[in-house]
Design a protein around this ligand. Structure first.
Ligand code: PGA
Length: 257
């Protein structure tokens, strides 16, 4: 079973139009050669205000664009939010759901994350659902309990969807420079895949792409990607630099060959 890897860049609340323009023109000119024949799918998650710029700037390449969040309602009185339809209208094919910074900054619950994923799927977006334990939860031996709860909520949301992705992002590794070791990440990915297989069947479990996120960078992507159950990366900090991001694309493309 070969799963097409994904390298996704989450710009969070960074980059302005000029930065996005420079990034896109570099990616656009280098992407085809970086990908080669077996490269990963590439997805960029810009801030909302830059989605149309990035979608336009990457039009000539195979790179895709996604929203960092969405509201679960299709439209209405929700000041400051955007809907799945807004994301699609702006050029998105993907939506991040339940990033840990949404969970911590905005108190998003598993149930709300599931509603967002459902709204994304209903509108035709592919949800990339983020899960992962905090440092305290890991220290307390609760990693698998937390993952079980978060995966169960995600599975309830994706019923009937044919394209969705999970991103395992241990919160203690996000933006800290402290990456999970390949063994720690692989152990979590195996647990997640086993759970998906038990609930949805062996084939669905084998097909699901599970990305790793948390201080992924050019220096560690190869050893993480060498793990059987790591199918790509959701990259924060290192995705702001087109050269670092291209290096990571090249690493995944080489390894996937
Ligand atoms: P990081 O962020 O690569 O800066 O740790 C990853 C993420 O939050 O998606």
């Amino acid at each position: 079973m070969s799963r097409v890897p994904i390298l996704a860049g989450n710009w969070k609340m960074n980059m302005l139009r000029a930065d996005a323009e420079a990034f896109c023109s570099r990616l656009d000119s280098e992407l085809a050669s970086a990908l080669g024949e077996a490269g990963p799918e590439v997805v960029i998650f810009p801030p909302f205000t830059l989605i149309t710029d990035v979608a336009g700037g990457l039009k000539g390449s195979v790179a895709q664009v996604g929203g960092q969040d969405l509201h679960s309602a299709p439209s209405g009185a929700h000041t400051g939010d955007v809907s799945a339809a807004h994301l699609i209208d702006a050029g998105c094919g993907w939506a991040l759901c339940g990033h840990s910074e949404r969970r911590s900054d905005h108190g998003e619950s598993d149930a709300q994350v599931a509603e967002k994923a459902k709204a994304a799927i209903a509108a035709g977006l592919k949800p990339m659902i983020c899960i992962g334990e905090t440092g305290e939860e890991r220290a307390a031996g609760k990693t698998f309990e937390v993952l079980e709860r978060q995966v169960a909520a995600a599975l309830e949301a994706i019923e009937g969807a044919d394209a969705w992705v999970l991103a395992y992002e241990p919160v203690w590794a996000i933006g800290t420079g402290e990456t999970a070791t390949p063994e720690v990440a692989q152990q979590a990915h195996v647990f997640i895949r086993r759970m998906v297989s038990e609930r949805l069947g062996a084939e669905a479990g084998q097909e699901l792409r599970i990305l790793y996120g948390g201080s992924a960078k050019p220096a560690n992507v190869e050893e993480l990607f060498a793990q059987n159950d790591i199918d790509g990366f959701l990259v924060g900090g290192a995705s702001l630099d087109s050269e670092k991001f291209l290096t990571m694309i090249r690493s995944c493309a080489r390894a996937a060959r």
